[in-house]
Design a protein around this ligand. Sequence first.
Ligand code: SF4
Ligand code: SF4
Length: 295
Amino acid sequence: MKFLRDNRFFLAVLIPFLLIPWISWDGFHLLLFNFSHNRLELLGMATEISTYALIGITVLFGLGIALICALSLSRFYCGTLCPNTFFAHLLTLFGKKKKSLLSKIGGFSLLTFLASMLAFSLVAYGISTDELIDALMHLTFAGWLVILLSVLMIAEVYMVQGWYCAYLCPYGATCAILPIEDRLTYRFDDPNINCTECEGCVKICPIPNLDIRHGFDIRCIQCGLCEVACEKVFAKCTRPSLIHPEKRSILRAGGRSMGIAVAIILIILLTTAGVVTLLDEERLESCRLENRALY
Ligand code: SF4
Ligand code: SF4
């Protein structure tokens, strides 16, 4: 139950993310950047479009969402919505020393299944699910892409997770350079000098050489594992953890209100640019049209 409570934001986003590629009516999807038929499908309607324009729109869409998240949620995203943090929680749950071999195998199977589902869904935003299942069965390009993404995700979680978050993740780097304050920052607070120096918080932290007791570190992915570790140290003497999240509201006015305003302006600009690009007659005429009846 605690695991579900801690990961409720991620699960609330994961379910629609997994479902959307399967939703279609009259042969057109809720949202599909259909690279196999050169068309953009949105809300059950479709617009034919050249491959290059489709690549442009897909990249703009992905970057737009990432930028909007960075400007409004910042590292709140890392701790609550990022699949990497979810997998770190899963690994901590199943990887405990006292867990049986069977439970560890179960945990690994679940992690592999979820990573594969995520990879499948990600690719399924670029090709219909029927075609993707077919590609997996016949091991064509899209099928290999799903396999490659799943393997990369599992390898990253098991081998370089914290290192990836701290030094490679483009989202983390973007948040670090944006002039905005971080959300849900974890803080070490020990006015009565109760810290036992057990280093539990340091050992469990997925980021290499990060000690939250020394103050805020920009590499912190806000996973909250240090808070749980400290909670366990003081569980017997019913004292609270010495590490707490600073629960700031996502919509709180202040440093980040500027970020939300910029995010709204970006959404309007990106939507306008997308609509203008789609309706450009010259570009539409130059498309490789498969089915003019779509117009
Ligand atoms: S300091 Fe705590 S919240 Fe930050 S990454 Fe390490 S364990 Fe996670
Ligand atoms: S887990 Fe708690 S008691 Fe142990 S070193 Fe960290 S802050 Fe101190």
